[in-house]
Design a protein around this ligand. Structure first.
Ligand SMILES: Nc1ncnc2c1ncn2[C@@H]1O[C@H](COP(=O)(O)OP(=O)(O)OP(=O)(O)O)[C@@H](O)[C@H]1O
Ligand SMILES: [Mg+2]
Length: 186
């Protein structure tokens, strides 16, 4: 597949759209360093991707995937991944991602395939936000959520000035459209 040339500036909010199979997720796998076999050039600041280690890319990109992966561990560990997280930040992120709505059994219960797709998605969103990376990529991450919750999470993310956000979506909500700086169509 051939991708258009594009530039994303720091802090920009970008919607990445295109039909199913257009190559959106594949492009993200290239940007995050998972796929290294491609034609063309990618630059991060002035560095060619070929000179950048996977580890550096992993420190820059937070990827909230199309399908959330949860570990058979406590919800707390699924969120923190063992990182030490400030208590207030933790609480704030759980509220941001609407995780606080369903953790009535507590954060120290072990996940046993007992969460809905939308609940798992919210855990994945919170987990990635806790990683504090400057570029956040959402790959249809809110597609399992009801419209009100999806719009709310998207809006709050798009309103974070310091973050660069790349949002893959099949559904550009009118409510959030004005918050995007550019729309890239594949
Ligand atoms: N590992 C792979 N090996 C071979 N082909 C692949 C692989 N992953 C994806 N493809 C193909 O590449 C094309 C683009 O897939 P991709 O997952 O990037 O699409 P997408 O735009 O994310 O679609 P969707 O909106 O359905 O998620 C598809 O034709 C797909 O079948
Ligand atoms: Mg995809």
């Amino acid at each position: 597949m051939t991708y258009p040339d594009f530039t994303i500036s720091k802090g920009e909010k970008v919607a990445l759209i295109g039909n199913s199979g257009a190559g959106k997720s594949t492009l993200i796998r290239i940007l995050t360093g998972e796929l290294t076999d491609y034609d063309g050039d990618i630059y991060l600041d002035s560095h060619n991707y070929q000179e950048i280690s996977l580890k550096s890319l992993q420190n820059i990109f937070a990827l909230i995937p199309q399908k959330a992966h949860l570990f058979k561990d406590t919800l707390r560990t699924n969120l923190t991944l063992g990182r030490s997280v400030d208590k207030d930040v933790f609480k704030e992120v759980l509220t941001f991602a609407h995780v606080d709505k369903f953790i009535d059994k507590g954060l120290d219960t072990t996940f046993q395939d007992d969460l809905s797709g939308g609940q798992a998605a919210r855990i994945a969103i919170a987990r990635e936000l806790l990683g504090n990376k400057p570029i956040v990529i959402m790959d249809e991450a809110v597609s399992n959520l009801d419209k009100t919750t999806a719009i709310d999470i998207e809006r709050k993310l798009l309103q974070k000035n310091e973050l660069t956000v790349i949002m893959i979506t099949h559904h550009l909500y009118d409510e959030n459209r004005a918050l995007f700086d550019q729309i890239i169509k594949l």
